[in-house]
Write a protein that binds this ligand. Structure first.
Ligand code: CP
Length: 308
């Protein structure tokens, strides 16, 4: 990136060329990851902190692996075993960590804006690994990378995001990225799980999955976030599966050569059936694989690396 911003806080304000610089760098790191010894010295001497106040498997692990593949030192923070449990604030936690001289902070927090709050107060670069229902930019970048691998381009690509849009930072970041790159984006969910004014993001809105599922190249299924429901937003997980679950029968109505994506973790048997998640239309594990390369690209770019 010619002049990268210090931090990566969201996709909303990225230009198409900024998005492509992450995707292009990730392609180069995919090649590194295929070598017998998949390590480069690019970030030797740098220290990366993963600061996670919410649970994570994929994002925290893939950032740790990405940093190690770039020869950086990695420190992983877990809320459960930290002094946050004694009442220390987010800023005090971060300032204490920065006093120990870290170069980059990867933060996940339940509060929208938490990553921006830290970015404005720390010299270290800050990467948003998910802030409440706001954005999850690194997930969207790995999703865009995966779609590009399967379809080559975004123009004329039709993407349907199905599920809990109201609570989904993944949906928001993907809508912003896909619209910036020229794709057509639609969402489908029960009306109670569709946020107000989502049309302003440029997505078409549907609530009857069966009538539209055959039109799309990508069906991105979202997890029903049971932990973020205020209660009563849909009658039961059983009814949700009946109306919106990606079942084998619904997969039979999808376009030939279409793919199924899911950011994980999956609620098997709720938003996606187990045999569908494991089917040859599913690219869920390719998304996870791409997560390492895209996070290498993000760390490399924000730590000031230059692609030779
Ligand atoms: N997709 C995603 O963010 O997964 P984790 O919660 O496991 O990091």
């Amino acid at each position: 990136m010619n002049n990268p911003k210090k931090d990566l806080l969201g996709i909303e304000n990225l230009s198409d060329s900024e998005i492509y610089q992450y995707l292009d760098a990730a392609d180069k790191f995919t090649e590194v990851l295929e070598r017998p010894i998949p390590i480069v010295p690019s970030l030797r001497g740098k220290t990366i902190l993963t600061l996670f106040f919410e649970p994570s498997t994929r994002t925290q692990l893939s950032f740790s692996i990405a940093a190690k593949r770039l020869s950086a030192d990695v420190v992983n923070f877990s809320q459960a075993t930290s002094s946050v449990s004694k009442g220390e604030t987010l800023l005090d936690t971060a300032k204490n960590i920065e006093a120990m001289k870290v170069d980059g902070v990867i933060v996940r927090h339940s509060a929208p804006g938490a990553a921006k709050y830290l970015a404005e107060r720390l010299d270290a670069f800050v990467i948003n690994a998910g802030d409440g229902s706001h954005e999850h930019p690194t997930q969207a970048l790995l999703d865009l990378m995966t779609m590009k691998q399967y379809f080559g381009a975004f123009k004329n690509l039709n993407v349907l995001i199905v599920g809990d849009i109201a609570h989904s930072r993944v949906a928001r970041s993907n809508i912003f990225g896909l619209k910036t790159l020229g794709a057509q984006v639609a969402i489908c969910a029960p009306p109670t799980l569709i946020p107000l004014e989502i049309e302003k993001c440029g997505a078409d809105v549907y609530s009857n999955l069966d009538s539209i599922i055959g039109k799309f190249d990508v069906i991105m299924v979202l997890r029903i976030q049971l932990e973020r429901q205020e209660g009563g937003l849909f009658p039961s997980t059983r009814e949700y599966r009946t109306l919106y679950g990606l079942t084998r029968e619904r997969v039979g109505k999808m376009k030939t050569d279409s793919i199924i994506m899911h950011p994980g973790p999956t609620n098997r048997g709720v938003e996606i059936d187990p045999d569908v998640a494991d089917s040859n239309k599913s690219v869920i594990l390719q998304q996870v694989k791409n997560g390492v390369a895209i996070r290498m690209a993000i760390l490399f770019i924000h730590a000031g690396g230059k692609i030779e």
